[in-house]
Design a binder for this molecule. Sequence first.
Ligand SMILES: [Zn+2]
Length: 73
Amino acid sequence: MSAVTVDCPYCRQSVTVTQGEDYAPQFHACPGCGKRFIVERGASGTKVMKEKEAPCMSNPECREIETSATCEE
Ligand SMILES: [Zn+2]
């Protein structure tokens, strides 16, 4: 696990979050405004996205749905 500091996409407060060692996007809740956002580590740095703005590939819940759907085929 590694800690990264990002700016909340809603209220711009600095939030330190803990990411796993893999590059899977994760949900985090802002302690300032309480909203959920997605942090994704990539080769070019850390991306922060609002939940509704994230593409499916960057949305942990969407990824889970896609994975399970693929398994059923
Ligand atoms: Zn916030």
